[in-house]
Design a protein around this ligand. Structure first.
Ligand code: ZN
Length: 259
């Protein structure tokens, strides 16, 4: 079994720490900053055995060098010139075992960036996905290198995962995303209920993650491009006639960019 903990960094990023039971190993995902991670490892008496990276943005990679200098550990990540720190380049479909009892499968989930990958932690009580900046609770990543077609395809892949899958995104964007979700789906009951819970959490400065596939299917407008309420809202907002899922998704992303 592997315990998962969040290390908050910067404004609203989480570095996810994977902590195998009966071991003092630690695997770290997307360290945008080294110091809070080093402190976490010391406090929890853990030895950094591997770093995993989802994509090249600085707030996911800037801490790598300092951590590797200290721990001499491997760095797994996309096969991309944009991340020279990666020592073990990965392709979709690969399986890695960065610690004794932790196995992860690599899936390509491009769109936010071209090279973006996610990691499925295998053999746990529930299916688990670390999705970087591809999906956020009640929202999704911006298009910063990939296409709307790629991003929709990636979200469609996530939709197909077991509904109990726990999803660990890299940002605490849930509350702001729900404001947009409410504008698009004013009658969605799940959005209303979740908004109340998220407000309680944030008032306590508590985390709102992980989320689940089931929850995102119910209230994430980017996962609901065939929902009539979403289709009507997008068509009304942009005065367009087309209602195919890709057109709705592309326009929804555009709407959120200027929201
Ligand atoms: Zn990013």
């Amino acid at each position: 079994m592997i315990e998962i903990k969040a290390i908050p960094i910067l404004q609203d990023n989480y570095v996810w720490a994977l902590l195998p039971k009966n071991s003092n190993d630690a695997i770290i995902i997307d360290p945008g900053l080294a110091e809070p991670v080093t402190q976490f490892l010391q406090e929890n008496n853990r030895k950094l055995t591997a770093i995993l990276v989802t994509h090249h943005h600085w707030d996911h990679t800037d801490g790598i060098k300092t951590l590797v200098d200290a721990a001499q550990c491997p760095v797994y990540g996309p096969d991309s010139h944009a991340i020279p720190q990666v020592t073990h380049p990965l392709i979709s479909g690969a399986t890695i075992s960065p610690c004794a009892n932790g196995q992860l499968a690599v899936i390509a989930i491009p769109g936010h960036t071209e090279e973006h990958i996610g990691y499925q932690l295998l053999h746990q009580e529930q299916p688990i996905l670390f999705c970087g900046d591809t999906l956020f609770s009640a929202g999704c990543g911006r298009l910063l290198g990939g296409t709307a077609e790629q991003l929709k395809h990636s979200l469609d892949m996530i939709k197909e995962l077991p509904s109990s899958t726990l999803i660990y995104p890299t940002h605490e964007y849930t509350q702001a995303n729900l404001t947009f979700a409410k504008a698009v789906m004013p009658n969605n009951r799940s959005v209303k209920d979740y908004t109340r819970w998220v407000a309680q959490q944030r008032n306590k400065h508590a985390i709102t993650l992980p989320t689940t596939v089931a929850r995102e299917l119910a209230l994430n407008p980017f996962m609901r491009c065939n929902d009539q309420e979403v289709v009507d809202a997008v068509k009304g907002h942009f005065s367009i006639d087309a209602s195919d899922e890709q057109t709705i998704f592309t326009h929804l992303r555009l709407w959120k960019d200027h929201f």
